[in-house]
Design a binder for this molecule. Structure first.
Ligand SMILES: [Zn+2]
Ligand SMILES: [Zn+2]
Length: 318
């Protein structure tokens, strides 16, 4: 971010293609993946792409699934082929022909954007536009990461890192009766965790007060894989939520994996994950902590995110 990779520009309003609708952006969340796109941690898929894949907007061109004026959500996944072996077995998150909002196609750091209707979400009521935005990636990915962690009913969950995604996944786990231990370097995030109902909150590399049945690593820090695996009870699972992780140090088989502990990654999400999470959010009022920024301060929002200076989720409001 120090080199200023974002530029504000005036562009013509995008024109929806077949199966797409035009959307006026009401709020767009700022996700860590936007930082990876902007800083080049992820390869360039489209030169001068408009970032942003947590878009809450209002439909302004008529579609077949959504009416003009309807509030709609646009997320990271925006195309899968429907024909490959992964799509056919319900794992469209692994489709090698998939495309993504704010990476392959222009996203929501804008006044207007377009979305394929088949990949847009109906949104729960009872939330503001800014509160809904982080649900669309942070929320959905956290939800999938929790599913991948195989937390048993009433189990003990460790949450490593406590940003936008973690603070939502922790609430899902708590609503399902889990005991949640949060491990993060940010003192403010530890306070937020305790206020949401976490049983304990300590530094990122500390041992939780009891063994864990499951853990989720949200911080993009490979070093933390070791303490997180070491904290697992027999048969426990660690799921890694991030799209990008620094190198994992050498594991010690006895200390980190033996006793059938498992290490799993999480790759994007299926539309079913998104629909399931939106249904959960409609039934359980999640507390969504947001920090608003004007659209033309997107670079400041990303810089603050990179420096861990954002409480909850940063949200751009045009
Ligand atoms: Zn496919
Ligand atoms: Zn994201």
């Amino acid at each position: 971010m120090a080199s200023g990779p974002l530029r504000l520009s005036d562009e013509p309003r995008p024109v929806p293609g077949a199966g797409e609708v035009l959307v006026r952006v009401l709020a767009c969340g700022v996700c860590r993946t936007d930082l990876h796109v902007s800083e080049g941690d992820l390869e360039v898929h489209r030169a001068s792409v408009v970032p942003g894949h947590e878009v809450v907007g209002e439909v302004v061109s008529p579609g077949s699934r959504f009416a003009v004026g309807e509030r709609v959500g646009i997320a990271w996944l925006r195309h899968t082929c429907g024909e490959c072996r992964y799509c056919r077995r319900g794992a469209e998150n692994l489709c090698p022909n998939s495309r993504y909002t704010g990476w392959d196609a222009d996203g929501g750091y804008a006044d207007y954007t377009v979305v394929p209707e088949a990949y847009a979400y109906r949104l729960p009521t009872g939330y503001s536009n800014a509160e809904l935005a982080p649900l669309l990636c942070a929320g959905i990915i956290g939800y999938r990461a929790l599913e991948r962690a195989d937390l048993p009913d009433g189990g003990r969950l460790g949450v490593y890192g406590f940003g936008a995604s973690a603070h939502l996944a922790a609430q899902v786990a708590l609503a399902r009766g889990a005991t949640v231990h949060v491990l993060t370097r940010s003192a403010a995030a530890r306070e937020l965790a305790l206020s949401l109902g976490a049983a304990s909150a300590g530094p990122a590399d500390a041992m939780p007060p009891e063994p864990l049945d499951a853990a989720i690593l949200f911080a993009p820090v490979g070093d933390l894989v070791l303490p997180a695996l070491a904290a697992l009870d027999r048969g426990g699972t660690l799921s890694i939520a991030g799209i990008h992780l620094s190198d994992i140090p050498v594991l010690n088989y006895q200390r980190h994996l033996f006793q059938e502990r498992q290490l799993r990654s999480v790759t994007a999400n299926t539309r079913q994950d998104g629909a399931d999470f939106m249904a959960f959010a409609a039934q359980h009022r999640l507390h969504v902590t947001t920090t608003p920024y004007p659209l033309d301060h997107a670079d400041r929002a990303l810089t603050d995110l990179a420096g861990d200076r954002v409480d909850g989720a940063a949200v751009l409001v045009p």
